[in-house]
Design a protein around this ligand. Structure first.
Ligand SMILES: Nc1ncnc2c1ncn2[C@@H]1O[C@H](COP(=O)(O)OP(=O)(O)OP(=O)(O)O)[C@@H](O)[C@H]1O
Length: 597
């Protein structure tokens, strides 16, 4: 099965966030209304000449019209003035509750979701307690301690609501933390802080926006509820206090209930509508449609070879850049071992093929080298030496700097390893600026040149594209460009063609081969296809069930495979119809390797 590359029209410019927001008529109307309310609150003194607290006995319960636009309340205070000044407190009170809830909830949720461990347990426990507390009872208890201060009430309410923000953010971050593009960002050497700000925050912002709107609406309602119960601060005009007055004079002047009720209802509704359309507008940026290539079996791809053939390494060879010694990788506290003491070397400019069937431990080995094992995984024994330095001895910061700049990685699935919320240009530029300490302009020029080098026909356009706007083959080219962007000494390519269709596989392998030859990088090529090993590799290590069962010079292993499993892998290629006639004809010597000699 093959994948049809998608070629959407990229010429149409992406509209700005404000434009997308205004495209939704309901959202635009709601935003306009909220802006009017805010402006009315700010410019209240210009919109009325009445003091909202001035009581005029002669005007008690005066009907709308005349001197009082909306009438006067039971104390003879101007309703229009109280409505205007009341919006100040209602909005500021809601903002205070939102600020507390979001600051505490989002920050702790981010840390707990991303880093987990003891902080996650502690904060989840605290959030459960906060959620179990009845908000109204807590507010009443707080009032008896701090008095009828509405500001205190809103602050405390914000703290109580922070638990729901915490839970939302924590679960969203946990789900995005496992995404391949977050792993890819880690592999490219970005620090956790940068990943959180650049990749994770963009995903959690939409749910946070919706949550902010509902917190603000609930805060306005709770605040009004406290005032209606007569538990608020009577010295400041509020919509709740107006409601309280309205309830008391419900039979004499029911219209007094109307104005604050309408304001509360419309503001809450507008908040929700604006949040919805803002969320939709932001999601639009993310490019919701992700075109994933179909996963197909890797196949033999005949390409012409140019790499020089490597010899078997001596134990103290100074040209060795990576030495893996007796590496063991385990899960579940070491009870499940998936790599059982493997050893191999990679020399500068050499291509090592790591071959084996699915589940033999190839990817775990690659992750172990980069110290990026999934949660629960750990190096249970052995050493990974980089130019003589044990990588286990490096601090997190040094290891982060190492990834991307010295050791780069190309993943199996290109689409999942690109962040759908950023343009391709952005994702290429960022690691270069970080590792090469160059300016944006220079990084952009380098990125365009790199895209051209990896065979992208219109680099400028691709720079502006989002991942869903390019085909699987192009996405893999982009990742290759990113991997070589900081001129690494070693490139680990983990089945880089598995997710691509056969014709694209050939092009990508050809590209990798020519890049490796041009840049003189060492390369570990993870594959389950001996044809690929024959075409690209100088040496090969055959993995079975977490062990290397045979390794050596590719020609030697092809001519005279020693282990039954290696012969079995050969058998798998040779039995494939129409594949590799030249390979068969030369008594098991790969055609490409022959061509090199
Ligand atoms: N997160 C994990 N927890 C526990 N075991 C795991 C985990 N990830 C992988 N493994 C186990 O490690 C072993 C090796 O997996 P690995 O992904 O390295 O295989 P592979 O040779 O790369 O296969 P493939 O070609 O399918 O990617 C498998 O048995 C797998 O079940």
């Amino acid at each position: 099965m093959t994948t049809t590359p998608t070629t959407p029209d990229l010429t149409a410019p992406t509209p700005s966030l404000a434009r997308r927001l205004l495209r939704d008529p309901l959202g635009a109307a709601a935003l306009g209304f909220l802006l009017l309310v805010v402006l009315a609150a700010v410019f209240a003194p210009l919109l009325t000449s009445h003091d909202p607290n001035e009581a005029v006995l002669a005007d008690v319960l005066a009907p709308p019209g005349g001197e009082h636009l909306l009438g006067a309340d039971s104390s003879g205070r101007d309703v229009w003035a109280r409505l205007l000044y009341g919006s100040r407190f209602s909005l500021l009170g809601a903002a205070l509750a939102v600020a507390f809830a979001v600051t505490i909830g989002a920050v702790s949720g981010l840390i707990a979701g991303y880093f987990g461990k003891w902080f996650d347990e502690l904060s989840s426990w605290a959030a459960s307690i906060l959620m179990a507390l009845p908000a109204m009872v807590v507010l009443l208890a707080a009032r008896s301690v701090v008095g009828p201060s509405a500001w205190w009430a809103m602050g405390i309410f914000g703290v109580l609501l922070s638990a729901s923000v915490f839970r939302l953010v924590r679960s969203t971050v946990q789900s995005v933390r496992g995404e391949l593009y977050v792993d890819a960002a880690r592999v490219s050497g970005l620090s956790d802080l940068r990943i959180i700000f650049r990749h994770v925050l963009r995903v959690v912002r939409a749910p946070i926006i919706i949550q902010v709107a509902s917190i603000a609406a609930v805060a306005i309602a709770i605040q009004a509820g406290l005032e209606v119960l007569g538990l608020g601060d009577r010295t400041i005009p509020t919509w709740g206090d107006m409601l309280n007055d309205g309830f008391q004079k419900m039979y004499l002047a029911p219209i007094l209930l109307l104005w604050p009720s309408l304001m509360i209802a419309f503001v809450c509704l507008a908040l929700s509508l604006v949040a919805n359309s803002l969320r939709d507008a932001l999601e639009g940026t993310a490019g919701a449609k992700k075109a994933r290539p179909t996963r197909v079996a890797a196949d033999f791809v005949p390409v012409t070879a140019t790499t020089t053939h490597g010899a078997v390494l001596a134990a103290d060879d100074p040209s060795v850049i990576l030495r893996v010694q007796q590496l063991r990788i385990g899960y579940a506290g070491g009870t499940k071992e998936v790599v059982h003491g493997i050893s191999f070397d990679v020399r500068a400019g050499e291509v090592l093929g790591l071959i084996g069937e699915s589940g033999s431990g190839k990817t775990q080995t690659a992750f172990g080298i980069m110290r990026l094992l999934p949660e629960g995984g750990a190096i249970a024994g052995g050493r990974v030496l980089w130019k003589g330095t044990d990588l286990a001895g490096l601090g997190d910061r040094e290891m982060t700097a190492m990834r991307g700049s010295k050791i780069a990685y190309i993943p199996q699935e290109p689409m999942s390893n690109l962040d759908p919320t950023f343009t391709i240009g952005h994702q290429l530029i960022e690691p270069m600026r970080l590792h090469l300490k160059i300016g944006k302009k220079e990084a952009r020029e380098r990125a365009v040149a790199l895209l051209r080098r990896v065979g992208i026909p219109d680099p400028a356009r691709t720079m502006r594209s989002y991942p869903h706007e390019v085909s699987g083959g192009m996405a893999q080219r982009v990742l290759i460009a990113g991997a070589i962007s900081c001129e690494p000494d070693l490139l680990i390519a983990d089945e880089p063609t598995t997710a691509l269709d056969v014709t694209v596989q050939a092009e990508i392998l050809e590209l990798l081969r020519s890049l490796q030859a041009d840049l003189g990088m060492g390369m570990v090529l993870v594959t389950h296809n001996f044809g690929v090993v024959a075409d690209l590799c100088d040496r090969v290590a055959v993995m079975q069930e977490g062990e290397i069962v045979e390794s050596g010079d590719v020609r030697q292993v092809f001519r005279d495979p020693q282990h039954p499993y290696t012969r079995q892998l050969f058998g798998a290629i040779l039995s494939e119809d129409g594949i590799r006639p030249t390979f068969v004809a030369r008594q098991g010597v790969p055609a490409a390797q022959e061509a090199r000699r």
